[in-house]
Design a protein around this ligand. Structure first.
Ligand code: PMP
Length: 453
């Protein structure tokens, strides 16, 4: 039975709250989280759960960090708000720190969410070409299964039909190509051939659309929410090459991959890429407060700078973007990550998780296991030869059984394509060895229960 006011809270939740995506269900009411500490969440009834999915919302340093709360509190008393039409020290300091983390010359534009960071990127890319006297390049190439946000532009860039089709018409300036989903490559092709072919699709699109109409390519270094799709090095090398060949800006969406998840500060650093624009969000503050950023290569910014023509400014206002308390918290968050070596720890934990789970490849339902630092995807299939995706009911039952045993994990993929079959594991970067042991133990036990189905 429920205690701690859960029953009443659920009634009120059902009456007053409109949730993200998940429909309300009698059988599976939402968990009402009450508090968090480290990698663990406690609900209103006092049940504890390891948040093995927190990486998707990027609570990277874990829950309950007083240092972060204090940084925001102090800044709120000092100066709670000032617009970035002018300036303030928390934004300046954070922008400098981000430049250091990016290992390149960037200028930072602040917003509040990943969607907004991408919107700013799209507008900067379009305007940049005009600032430099080029024709009106307005198209942006993105990928199927990629997720870039929920606002109309970032939704248009998103390549997941189920999120989009009821809201059409969207922006016509976004085009999509297939991602390098190596597990589902055509038989007979090597991974390298397949990755090259996927990259070639981008060059073909640029050529056929006309390079003079293409402003940018946007992608995550590794597709996370679309099923943990890890490309070969050669794919991203080719993408970078194609972008520079045709003067198309390369936007890296680091909303999930950024801030250590990949085992490097930013995901693209694993591949030695030099993106023109980098977008980032929740990981900036470990999701404690809303803040996002669009980092723009300095020489691109120069095309907007010091212009006397007011129509040459970036005419874009974000009232809350770069909120002082959020910036102060973000700066403390990055310092904490440095003090505790969390980026390197992500690499170590990620490697261990992947190794320990690899025995699951023998499991009848497991077709493939992929990882990028401390985010792991386990692709469930009913037939290892045809790679028939496991039905949603099975995926949900596994996730439900994990939750019963105190472990929250996620699923992703693309429902319309029948690919919502990738279990996703992404515990906080600050997870202890015991946390990881628990996650592995529960997942293996649950998978064992499903070995006969
Ligand atoms: N890009 C990626 C890769 C994301 O995962 C998300 C959100 N999960 C976004 C963009 C959009 O961020 P937000 O929800 O903060 O608008």
């Amino acid at each position: 039975g429920t205690t701690g006011g859960t029953e009443e809270a659920i009634l009120k939740d059902r009456r007053y709250l409109w949730h993200n995506i998940t429909p309300y269900s009698e059988q599976n009411p939402p968990m009402i989280a009450a508090s968090g500490s480290g990698s663990w969440i406690t609900d209103l009834d006092g049940n504890r759960y390891l948040d093995g999915m927190s990486g998707l919302w990027c609570v990277n340093v874990g829950y309950g960090r007083k240092e972060l709360a204090e940084a925001a509190y102090r800044q709120m008393l000092e100066l709670p708000y000032f617009p970035l039409t002018q300036s303030h020290m928390p934004a300046i300091k954070l922008a400098e720190k981000l430049n250091e983390w990016l290992e390149g010359d960037y200028v930072i534009f602040f917003s509040n969410s990943g969607s907004e960071a991408n919107e700013a990127a799209f507008k900067i890319a379009r305007q940049y070409h005009q600032q430099t006297g080029q024709p009106f390049r307005h198209k942006t190439i993105a990928r199927y299964r990629g997720y870039h946000g929920s606002s109309m532009g970032s939704l248009s860039a998103t390549g997941q039909a189920q999120r989009k089709y009821k809201y059409e018409p969207l922006s016509g300036s976004f085009l999509h190509v297939s991602p390098p989903d190596g597990y589902r490559r055509p038989p007979g092709q090597t991974l390298e051939q397949f990755n090259l072919q996927c990259a070639q699709a981008i060059e073909d699109m640029v050529i056929w659309e006309g390079a003079e109409t293409v402003a940018a390519v946007i992608m995550e270094p590794v597709i996370t929410g679309g099923g943990v799709i890890v490309p070969e090095q050669i794919y991203l090398d080719r993408v970078q090459e194609i972008c520079s060949k045709y003067g198309v800006l390369l936007i890296m969406d680091e909303v999930i991959c950024g801030f250590g998840r990949s085992g490097r500060k930013f995901g693209h650093q694993n591949f030695g890429l030099k993106p023109d624009i980098v977008t980032m969000a929740k990981g900036l503050t470990s999701a404690y407060l809303p803040l996002s950023a669009t980092a723009v290569r300095k020489d691109i910014y120069e095309a907007f700078k010091d212009s006397t023509d007011e129509y040459s400014h970036f005419r874009h206002v974000n009232t809350f973007g770069g909120n002082p308390a959020a910036c102060a918290l973000a700066l403390r968050n990055l310092e904490l990550m440095e003090e505790e070596g969390l980026v390197a720890r992500a690499a170590v934990l990620g490697e261990r998780l992947y190794e320990e789970l690899s025995e699951l490849l023998e499991h009848p339902l497991v077709g493939d296991i992929r990882h990028f630092g401390l985010i792991t995807g386990i692709e469930l299939v009913t037939d290892k030869t045809t790679r028939q995706p496991a039905p949603l009911d099975t995926v949900k039952a596994i996730i439900g059984a994990c939750k019963q045993q105190g472990l929250i994990i996620g699923k992703n993929g693309d429902t319309v394509a029948g690919f919502n079959n990738v279990l996703t594991l992404a515990p906080p970067l600050a997870s202890t060895d015991d946390d990881l042991d628990f996650l592995i133990k529960v997942l293996k036990a649950v998978m064992n229960e499903f070995a006969g189905s």
